[in-house]
Structure formats: structure tokens, C-alpha cells
Design a binder for this molecule. Structure first.
Ligand SMILES: [Fe+2]
Ligand SMILES: [Fe+2]
Length: 303
């Protein structure tokens, strides 16, 4: 199917080499990120190739497709400007033309223009690849490409924020979902820092030793920080577990604790931060630091 799509795209965009270049740029960037985050590359290829499939359909054509296929067509047509409508028509056209029904593919295409709150990793990869593909050269894009090396959420936030600022300056209409997405990612980044600070404060207050905080944002799409610390006694180990879980429980449903009654190693998984509290001798035995030797540590003084 991929070869057929490429052939069709070359025909479709024979007079628009820049658009074709953009599509292959998104393909290159999305594959790179897909490999980094261990995503389904075949899926990524299809999404990247097809995301702008209806970019040059007329406004009328896009409106017709949307009216025929979306229950909320009126809302879409009222809230999204002409340049974004292709994100809604493309999923319909590629279903009809190539029989693609995989919802992950269709959703990623639908949200590639302005994003939305709480995107899946695949959706984020497509959204940010569209923004940072190698043919783009504007300043914000260069900056976001750098941020992307550090954190995909921060890159998504910056891309949405810069787009909103630019469109506001030009007095263009901005869909509500773009503001909602910006707020969501801003809050997510702030919450993550607040939570990290709270955890470190707890470990510090209880005098845990050799607290190392590894910044995993560039290494793992699943969690942001990995903490290792040492307790000198069972009492200290239990108190650290108790205090951290107590402070997190109210707002974190994803919290899991392994080794709760253990006297050697407790692992607290908060969803985006993993906290390990070892008894000193066990830390030496497992020697996790060795595995993390080339991963950057967070300077706790900056928190
Ligand atoms: Fe697009
Ligand atoms: Fe695009």
C-alpha cells in the first residue's frame, strides 16, 4: 500500500513540489521520532504520507465531505478555519480510497494541525513532526527542534504557544481546542516540576542519602524522572514511602508501590516519576547507577 500511496502522492502533487517535499520531510522526522519512542513505524509512515492528502481540496470540497460525514459538522465549520479543514476531510478520503480504518491513524491525522489536550504519543509525534520537519526553517521551528531533544511535551507546548502568538498577532481565528491544548501542556509541565520538587523535599527532610535524579525525558516517552536514594534504616525507608505516597495519593490515581513492606528496596511509580528508595547495602548490590551512567542528572539546587 505504501508504494501505491507514494505513487498517488507524486501524481497528486506533481505541480506542488514543496508540498511533496514537506510530506517526505514529515515522513523522515516522524520515522526518526517513532524509532526513538519505539512506535509502530508502518503506522507512522502511513500517517505521515497521508496527513495532508486533502490539503489542496477547495474549501467547498472539504465542507461537503465534513457535512456528509461528521455529526458535529456545524461545529467544525464554525470553529476551524479553511486551512485546517483538510485535517477533517483527509481521514474520510483515505478510508474510502485505501480502506484505512485504524482509528489511531485517523485520529493522528485529524489532530496534526492544532493539536489537542492529552494527545497519544503517536499523535504528538505526528503533530511535532509536521512542525519540525527538516524543510521548515522559521525561528520557532528551529527552537522547537532543539527542545524536542529534551522533551516532547515541552516541544508540543512551545509549538502550540508560538503558533497561537503568531496567529493572534495576525488577527487570525484560533480554534478553542488550541488554547485548551496549550493550557493542558503548560499545566502538565508545571505539575511535573511541582511533583518532583515535593518528592525531593520529602527525601531531603528525612535525610535520605545520595539522592540522584535522572532526567529521562529524552530517553523514555513513559516517564520523565528516575530517582535513586538510600535509606540507612528500615524506619527511614518506611517513612520515605509513607510520606511520598501520602502526599501523592490525593491527586495521582496512577500511583503504584512495589516492595512496600520490604526492608531492602521500595519502588514508587507515580506515572511520570519513578522513585527508588534502597537500603544502602542493597543499592550497592543492584548498582542501578551503572546503567544510568550516560543519562543527565537534574541539578536539585535549581528546583
Ligand atoms: Fe496539514
Ligand atoms: Fe503537513
Amino acid at each position: 500500500m505504501k508504494e501505491q500511496i507514494i505513487q498517488d502522492l507524486k501524481e497528486l502533487y506533481q505541480d506542488k513540489p514543496d508540498r511533496l517535499g514537506h510530506i517526505f520531510g514529515v515522513l523522515e522526522q516522524a520515522k526518526k521520532l517513532g524509532k526513538k519512542y519505539d512506535l509502530d513505524i508502518k503506522k507512522i509512515e502511513l500517517i505521515a504520507l497521508l496527513h495532508d492528502y486533502t490539503k489542496y481540496y477547495s474549501k467547498k470540497q472539504n465542507e461537503k465531505i465534513i457535512k456528509e460525514h461528521y455529526d458535529n459538522a456545524n461545529y467544525i465549520l464554525k470553529n476551524y478555519n479553511e486551512n485546517i479543514l483538510h485535517a477533517f476531510s483527509a481521514p474520510i478520503v483515505i478510508q474510502e480510497k485505501y480502506g484505512i480504518t485504524d482509528d489511531e491513524i485517523l485520529q493522528a491525522i485529524m489532530h496534526h494541525t492544532v493539536g489537542k489536550p492529552n494527545m497519544s504519543l503517536l499523535e504528538k509525534v505526528i503533530f511535532i513532526s509536521d512542525y519540525t520537519e527538516p524543510n521548515r526553517s522559521y525561528e520557532s521551528c528551529k527552537e522547537v527542534r532543539e527542545i524536542l531533544k529534551e522533551s516532547i511535551d515541552k516541544a508540543v507546548y512551545t509549538a502550540i504557544n508560538d503558533s497561537i502568538n503568531l496567529f493572534e498577532e495576525k488577527n487570525h481565528h484560533i480554534p478553542k481546542i488550541a488554547y485548551e491544548a496549550r493550557d493542558y501542556y503548560k499545566r502538565k509541565l508545571e505539575d511535573s516540576m511541582d511533583k518532583l520538587k515535593m518528592i525531593i523535599d520529602n527525601l531531603d527532610t528525612l535525610n535520605l542519602k545520595d539522592i540522584y535524579v535522572y532526567d529521562m525525558k529524552d530517553r523514555s516517552p513513559f516517564y520523565d524522572y528516575f530517582i535513586i536514594s538510600s535509606a540507612t534504616s528500615n524506619r527511614q525507608l518506611n517513612a520515605a514511602t509513607r510520606n511520598i505516597t501520602k502526599d501523592l495519593k490525593d491527586d495521582d490515581s496512577k500511583l503504584t508501590v512495589e516492595g512496600k513492606n520490604s526492608d531492602s528496596w521500595v519502588l514508587i511509580d507515580t506515572g511520570d516519576i519513578i522513585i527508588n528508595v534502597f537500603k544502602e547495602e542493597n543499592r550497592e548490590y543492584y548498582n542501578l547507577e551503572k546503567m544510568f551512567i550516560d543519562i543527565p542528572k537534574v541539578n536539585q539546587k535549581n528546583l
